[in-house]
Design a protein around this ligand. Sequence first.
Ligand SMILES: Cc1ncc(C[n+]2csc(CCOP(=O)(O)OP(=O)(O)O)c2C)c(N)n1
Ligand SMILES: [Mg+2]
Length: 320
Amino acid sequence: MAIPKEKLLEMYRNLITARLLGDKLAEIFTTGVAGRTGLHRGTGEEAFPIAIQANLRKDDYLKLTFRMDFTLFAKGLLLRDVIGAEIFRDSSQFGGPRYRFFDPDNGLLAHTGAGGEEPPIYLGAAVAIMYKKTDQVCVCVMGDGFANRGPMHEAMVMSAAWNLPIVWVIHNNQYAMGTSVKKSYKIDDLADRAKAYGFPGETVDGNDVIASYEVMKKYIDRARNGGGPSLVVGETYRLMAHFMGDPQIYRPKGEAEEWWKKDSIPRYQKTLMDMGILTVEDIDKFQREIEAEIEEAATAALALPQASYENHLKTAIDEI
Ligand SMILES: Cc1ncc(C[n+]2csc(CCOP(=O)(O)OP(=O)(O)O)c2C)c(N)n1
Ligand SMILES: [Mg+2]
């Protein structure tokens, strides 16, 4: 499949933006000006969510893992509003999220503190698409940890029974807090589970931008065209600590170093350079442009008003 050059470069820009934004967020959190504590960094796992979002429209529904929410600029959110949502600011007065990425106009419905409760909510969005007979799709991404909770299983069962336009995704970064997937799954290929629900399942190298884009495209197109649900597993690695401050005593020595060798950025740069659509000069230029964009967005985000639970709940209830 030939991916248009513009799409390949859009994913490159987004990948670099995600990497630099992750660094910027870590910097903001260490200065104490964020309205919450405990950033769960996603540096090193950006390629998979970027490739997923490259296949989505603004009106499609998307749930990303809490760790990868900061890549939601690739869904159309302003960088300012992404940073604002991360640091507990409210950008609703400008049409952005009011609280922690709650932004229905951009297909972002819920992020629950009780992790793993979201799949039935996104299942509901897929039911709504079925009734409204639109060609939207729903993509629900859960971490390898929260994908093992009950709500995801029940939602997958129902999605199959009703042939709903939803792609279930497991973002497998090999750990849930200190627990390795090897301890929580007794199968090697997590996509094997799809068979039991009665829909297709496929595993892809989540650090390979193009492979991830192609696999996601296949199943998103399938769902959009009435083909029903599927399960995609993106294999990556949680290179960062569970949260900033976690001593990571559970991680075998040398394991993270091995995964750094599979980092998506140098791999994707090489691929694009081999294809003749990216030069060393472009790499420098993009880097400088994106750094400036992030600085500007961070300044604007810090000036946003603090979000408040009371205000969020009140307006959310009023809207229902
Ligand atoms: C119901 C519930 N149980 C436990 C937690 C604590 N918790 C927060 S993050 C996390 C790990 C999630 O692992 P995974 O889904 O693999 O996401 P990752 O951290 O790897 O991105 C846990 C157990 C929670 N938030 N909610
Ligand atoms: Mg995980």
